[in-house]
Structure formats: C-alpha cells, structure tokens
Design a protein around this ligand. Sequence first.
Ligand code: HEM
Length: 415
Amino acid sequence: MAAPGADDVTYNPFDIAVRADPYPYYAMLREHAPAYHVAEQDIWCISRYDDVAAAVTDTRRFSSADGIAVERISGLAAAGLTGAEVITGTMISMDPPDHTRLRRLVQREFTRGRIAQWEQRIQQICDELVDDLLGTHWNGGEVDIARDLATPLPVLVILDMLDIPASDRDQFKEWTDQLIYLIGGGIDPMLQLGAVGAALELAGYFEKLVPQRRDNPGDDLVSLFASTGTGGEQLSHIEVIGQCVLFLIGGNETTTNLIGNSVQALMLHPDVQETLAADPSRIPAAIEEVLRWDAPVQGLFRTTTTDVDVGGVTIPADARVQLLYGSANRDASHFPDPDTFDINRDARDHFAFGGGPHYCIGGPLARLEARIAIQTLLSRVRNIRPAGEEVLNLNMLVRGRRSLPVTFEFRPPND
Ligand code: HEM
C-alpha cells in the first residue's frame, strides 16, 4: 500500500470533531499537506512553523487588509453592513505603512512597564472573584472557572482601564457577551448578526465618550488613545473609536480562553499544580507553555496579493489563507516532543500572539492577568479537578472553554 500523501488528507476546520481536538489533524497537515486547500469554503491553511513564520512577516504578499477573520471585510461591506469599517477597519486589518502609524500611536500606552502599573488593581479584581467562587464552593454550589473567573476578569479589567462609569457596566457586559460571536465561521448567523449589532452600539457609545475624554482627559485608555503623541501625531476620531472596540473584541475572549486553558492543563497535569503552588515564580513559564500547547487563538487569516509557493504548492493570488498558529506551536521541527506539556521548556517563541508587525499588543496584559488568576487560585485551593463536562467554544479561530466545572479542596493556611 502506498504511503499517505496530500491526496489522502481531509481536513475541514468547521467540522465539530476537528474543533474538539484539532491537534491530530494539524499533525497530518504538517506532514502531508503544509499548504492545504479546503475546497468547500475555498480557504487555504498553512500549518508548519517556518511557513507561518515567513507569512506573518511578509505583509506584502500576505495582506491583512481584507480582515483576519474568515469573512472578508469587503464581503461584509458588500452585504450592506454599514458601519462595519468601525469594527473591522482597525490596525489589525491594515498593512504597513498605515498599520505602522497606528500601531506606533497605540503602542506607547501598552508597554510592559505601563501595564505593570495595573497589577494591584487586577489583583484586587481577581481576589474578589476568587472570594466569590470559594463562597459558592463552600455553600455546596457548582464552581465554573469559565463563568466565575476566566470570563469576568478580563472584562472587568478592561472596563477599568477604559474608565467606563459604573452605571454603564451592565450594558457593556451585555455587549461584550455578544461580541464573542462577531468573528469566526461555523457560527449561527443570527448570533453573528446580534454581535454586529452589539459592536455598532458599542461604537456609538464611544462616539459620544471620545469627545468628552478629549475635553477632560484622565489617565484612562480612551483619553490616552485620544491624546497627542510626542511627535504631534493623533489618532483620528474614528480610529480612537475603532481602537476602543478592537481592545474589547481582541482582549476579552482571548484572555478568558488563556485562563480556562491554563486551568484545564493544570487539571490534566496535577503534579504541576503543586510545583507551581510551591514556587509561584514558575507560573509565567507554565503560562507560556499553555500558550504554546493549547493556543487561545488557533489561527487568523491573510489574503494573498500574488501567487505564493508554500511547501511546493502554489497558493493563487487573492486566496484566503489561515495561518494555523496552533499547529505551528506543535511543530516538532521547532519544539521537540511538541505534544507533551512541559513547563520546563522555553516556549516563548510560540505563535499564540501571532508574529511580525501584528504581534499582539495586549500580550503583556494577557500574561499578567493569567499569572495573577492562576497564582491566586493556587494560593487558595489545591487538587483542582473536573466536576463535570467542559463545554468547548467551537469557533474555528479560537480555542477555549465556555464552561469548565471544577472542584477542589481549600488550601490550609501556611500550607
Ligand atoms: C491570551 C490573550 C490574547 C491572545 C491569545 C491574543 C492573540 C492575538 C494574535 C494572534 C494577534 C495577531 C493578529 C494577526 O496575526 O493578525 C493579536 C493582535 C492584537 N491583539 Fe491580541 N491576544 C490576546 C490578548 C489581547 C489583549 C488583552 C488585547 C488588548 C486589550 C489585545 C489586543 C490586540 C490588538 C490591538 C492586536 C492587533 C495588533 C496589530 O495589528 O498590530 N490582545 N492578538
């Protein structure tokens, strides 16, 4: 019998079985079809580490300008989604040099040093959430890490950073709950339409808030986005709004997934829980390994501007190509024994935050929130284990737990 080749590979990223456990499929793609055409949806997938690394830096041939989700921005506009450019016309959907200008203006507020200033506040928010979930457990209720910690933490943090008034926060919570359906594929179109509506309402909210913050600036992110840079450059009004919306879309579900995926990895590796509890300075390395091993964002799209040769296959011009970050992170040519979760490896050059000029701006914040969440949990409880079936998020771009019921024992003081 002939060895399997590219023709024997079948892969459909929208398939529920694939979403449930994509990693064996990625291994097959890397080995036999590193540039794979999904005929049903006419999209391409690039799965090897080196090919993904080349594509993220080659913005000339792999453009972000038609969006990084499955749907093309041009398609959304053609479908009559007026205002869609507010959501989609942000730096994540731009190529240099426009991207470079916007990124420079926003980056100044998102350095590791500036983010570190939020540590105390994040710890306070996290302590309150963990106190509540321990109370639930104490009273015999079900604790769901996704619902009780991983979902609310990033939302509460970003609302604080944007300084959204308390009276508007419930409305924000409703909008952000819907935003998770904005991008993706294989999602109920009604949910997606609701998400577009929520994003537009959100943009309308910032439309009113931005001029107020320009007139009366504080040290919140909206004021900082609206302010003038050292070179006298400013984001335009629409860019400030887009930036605020992008932070809510880009930062919430992703960080939720990172925290949930971290707890899931710890439940599958109980010995690591005790290692980290005994030496919390190892938590950042463990989080890097979660980012590599079970990436919260599995892959984003580009559009080819010309024919491109990848792994001996020609991807035609104007093709939609998914860069499979989750697969690159499991490529044995870069990470030995890639399917093993190992907090001792140096996992930092994973693609969980992308790479090249679009490398995630929120990385320092996401890492800080995840570190605080895991450290706080492990300082209070031990032997975290499943208490029911997890529910996965089946969006083809991301990977995370929508529900993660757990149980544990309280950690005795001075343990
Ligand atoms: C674990 C959490 C997160 C993950 C896994 C993640 C993942 C990513 C990835 C893969 C990209 C690259 C986009 C591309 O290749 O086209 C990206 C870009 C971006 N992320 Fe994140 N992200 C996370 C958290 C955040 C947070 C907390 C924020 C902000 C509050 C944020 C804001 C952004 C922005 C603005 C970009 C666009 C950067 C650019 O186009 O230059 N992200 N993120």
